[in-house]
Design a protein around this ligand. Sequence first.
Ligand code: ACO
Length: 160
Amino acid sequence: MNTKSEKNIIVELQDSKEAPMDLLELADPSIDQVNKYLKHGRCFVLKLDLDIIVGAMVLQENSPDKIEIKNIAVSEQHQGQGFGKLMLNFALDFATKSGYQKLTIATGNSSIGQLALYQKVGFEIVDVVKDYFIRNYSEPIFENGITCKHQIVLEKDILA
Ligand code: ACO
């Protein structure tokens, strides 16, 4: 499945070995976690001017009616230009066309900008997994002057 916006295009990679790890690591500092969901999920890249990869996203089915955005990232020099929103809307469109009822995304309690963005596009907080990042990540994570401890899970209903 591809989508085009002027000269920008989102394409699915056929081989996860081609995944842009530098981008995926921006969103998730654990290579082990990234490799785990790359194995089971589907990796999409956003190409600028049909060529340069500036964004990446991994989608993984959690159950027959739920799909999750496990990773979403835009290269640092291209952030804040609407590419994140473009990929979130692509994921929503993909989930809708694939017949899922819910689209999930999760992030840390310290990811203030991401929490703002996800809620702006219609995701709602449905769960908080206490100490998720303490238990699952070997190195401490700090953002916005806050320790990342808890996982905030957000969902968006897909309207038929
Ligand atoms: N308060 C309020 N709104 C904010 C804040 C904030 N602190 N920070 C960002 N935003 C809003 C902006 O205002 C903008 O909304 P607007 O268009 O209504 O003004 C929106 O967030 C940003 O939108 P985009 O430009 O589309 O986002 P961008 O292209 O920068 O992509 C992304 C967002 C993917 C989070 C990018 O910044 C990134 O790659 N960050 C590093 C990796 C990362 O943290 N990934 C997500 C981890 S969670 C996961 O992967 C499941």
